[in-house]
Design a protein around this ligand. Sequence first.
Ligand code: NAD
Length: 261
Amino acid sequence: MNRHLPDIGTKAATLAGRRVLYTGAAGGLGHRTTLDMLEAGAEVFALDRDHTKNLSLLEDTPEDLASLLHLLEMDLADTKALEAKLAEITADKPLDVVINNAAIYPSKPFEEFSLDEHRAVHAVNVEAALICTKAALPGMRAQGWGRVINITSITLTGGWENLAPYVQSKGALMGLTRAWAREFGKWGITVNAIAPGAFPTDAEKIHPDPEGYTRFVLDHQALKRRGDPQDIAAAILFLASDGAGFITGQSLAVDGGWNMN
Ligand SMILES: NC(=O)c1ccc[n+]([C@@H]2O[C@H](COP(=O)([O-])OP(=O)(O)OC[C@H]3O[C@@H](n4cnc5c(N)ncnc54)[C@H](O)[C@@H]3O)[C@@H](O)[C@H]2O)c1
């Protein structure tokens, strides 16, 4: 274990018995978090449309935790199918935690994006989060406990250009984080955002100069190592835990000290 990384294993059982809906769970950041949540005792409804990544998540799940993992291989843009699946999941038992993490991030100059392309990003990055949160709300409210965690991005506060629809979608998610926090607080439900910095996942692999890019990232961070999916997992596990019960409406930057608020 890298001594700079949080040792989540020792905090096992912080999510024992919790039912978690996690969108984009098989992705670069989601994969690690899903495994850590299973280890922490959560039952995870891991929703992702990518068959190969889903298989890899399944393969990496320890046998004794496999019964806690429910892979939902579906497209968040298919609103009807999503609503039907959520109704099925919440029919008998509430969801305790919703993590709105799935995102698409097309990149090109603003002028080249059509309105339909903007809408397609909004559908996955924002509307799906609305649908998932709305489906979980009655159960959370009835039990007086709930956690909603929205994954935003460092790009909302600085950095990269040519990501207009994506940045727009993350701004919408941050607005919803605050609006939902105000509205749901009276029911014991917290709503927070996590803003990841620059993590070396698939999106970065297309960069033409990986070494130069790493130098650029480290120059901007206070901490001189690259982020690891485990850093995001640790933040998510904390915000989902009982211990974070007095924190709501906030954005937690997990970016090695790039942006400081
Ligand atoms: N990796 C980074 O450096 C970074 C930086 C800032 C913010 N983020 C945010 O963190 C979150 C996770 O990012 P990541 O790096 O793991 O990205 P990723 O692309 O590896 O994972 C996203 C997952 O969402 C899934 N997905 C996308 N569209 C979907 C749809 N329509 N239906 C179902 N599943 C769908 C993908 O299949 C993928 O597995 C995203 O919200 C992203 O914006 C990541």
